[in-house]
Write a protein that binds this ligand. Structure first.
Ligand code: TXA
Ligand code: MG
Length: 338
């Protein structure tokens, strides 16, 4: 396995591997992706195998220009209204942390979309990702570069530790900027639905195209709209309990547990009421309670807590707005209590 920092040369090497049917982990602005040529079914099959990902869970197709939407989607199958919405979203939010469900075209193999007639399409903003995609025929199928069901990688080291011996190459671009995955938005139906809250907020989407539904809330049922809505999906290796601000303040300290607070105000209040021992492990997502900072640190801190000696995690929900929705979604689905 090649493990190289992002440079012009290493991106070119990665492109050679991808064009030859190999699989390469690369940085995006959200989390690291594990890429394969989006038009090569055999290469895509390797991704499912390496991740232990069930074949009913479709991948995101990454492109490097809005014009490339035509190469992977069949836009003529969209209604006039949906097409207008797509153009508004593409013009204003691409490149960026937004994956849009569109009718796929016949060049995208069925294995990539898990047999669905649709595909999730995303134009990432990370320059290394854009360069790499451009050098590989303009489309890479890429899920997050982690074993199925575990925390998404926000550093190349996370990929190396969990998948390093199974993939051809890792491009190290340092810590990812956003730190959690893209928003998945379905514009193919009567109502536009957020299937997964993520790096693009509902507010930003609604400003452009009007009201959208929280499709991800139906993940509480047994019939998720999107396979990635499986309830337990972002599970850290240690049991996690997600609690409201009020409940975490009432939660007394337990030996061998870690507390993850949203902001320093809640931490200080908890310390003064619970008087935990000096050895207590606690972390704060954002000192000043900024959702952007908190989102960027969530997986980072959960990876760290996975690797230390604590046995369980108590985590505080974020205020339920903006990026807080994405943070809470990951906490709910990683939680043993949901
Ligand atoms: O930020 C991201 O989105 C990262 C980076 C690497 O781009 N990728 C990522 O991929 O998170 P993955 O495979 O871990 O998550 C893709 C999500 C899954 O929840 C999947 O079920 C959903 O997108 N998805 C993909 N295609 C779909 C489709 N046709 N219909 C509904 N959901 C779909
Ligand atoms: Mg994933």
């Amino acid at each position: 396995m090649k493990y190289l920092p992002v440079t012009v040369e290493s991106i070119e090497q990665a492109a050679v591997i991808l064009r030859g049917g190999g699989i390469v982990a690369f940085p995006t602005e959200t989390v690291y992706g594990l890429g394969a040529d989006a038009f090569n079914a055999q290469a895509i099959a390797k991704i499912f195998e390496v991740k232990g990902r069930p074949h009913f869970d479709p991948l995101i197709i990454h492109i490097a220009a809005t014009e490339a939407l035509e190469n992977v989607a069949n836009l003529s199958l969209l209604s006039e209204e949906a097409r207008k919405k797509l153009f508004l979203l593409a013009e204003n939010l691409m490149p960026g942390p937004l994956s849009i469900i569109l009718p796929k075209n016949e060049k995208i193999p069925a294995i990539a979309s898990a047999g669905l007639p649709t595909a999730a399409i995303r134009f990432p903003s990370h320059p290394a990702a854009i360069k790499l995609i451009s050098l590989c025929g303009g489309a890479l199928a890429a899920p997050s570069a982690n074993p199925f069901g575990s925390l998404s990688p926000t550093r190349a080291e996370h990929v190396r530790d969990k998948l390093g011996d199974k993939i051809d190459m890792i491009l190290d671009g340092g810590q990812t900027q956003i730190g959690l995955e893209s928003t998945v938005l379905d514009i193919t139906g009567q109502r536009v639905k957020i299937l997964r809250p993520g790096g693009t907020t509902k507010e930003a989407i609604e400003k452009l195209i009007g009201n959208v539904d929280d499709g991800f809330l139906s993940a509480k049922t047994d019939a998720p709209l999107s396979p990635g809505q499986l309830k337990s999906h972002y599970a850290p290796l240690k049991p996690l309990s997600a609690l409201s601000r009020q409940d975490i303040l009432r939660q007394s300290y337990e030996k061998d547990s870690a507390f993850l607070f949203f902001d320093s105000g809640t931490r200080d209040e908890w310390i003064s009421s619970q008087k935990p021992p000096k050895t207590a492990v606690f972390r704060v997502l954002s000192e000043s309670g900024q959702a952007l900072t908190a989102a960027g640190r969530l997986f980072e801190i959960l990876h760290e807590l996975e690797n230390c000696s604590i046995l369980r995690i108590f985590a505080q929900f974020a205020p339920a707005e903006g990026l807080g929705e994405a943070i809470n979604d990951r906490l709910r689905r990683g939680s043993v209590l949901s």
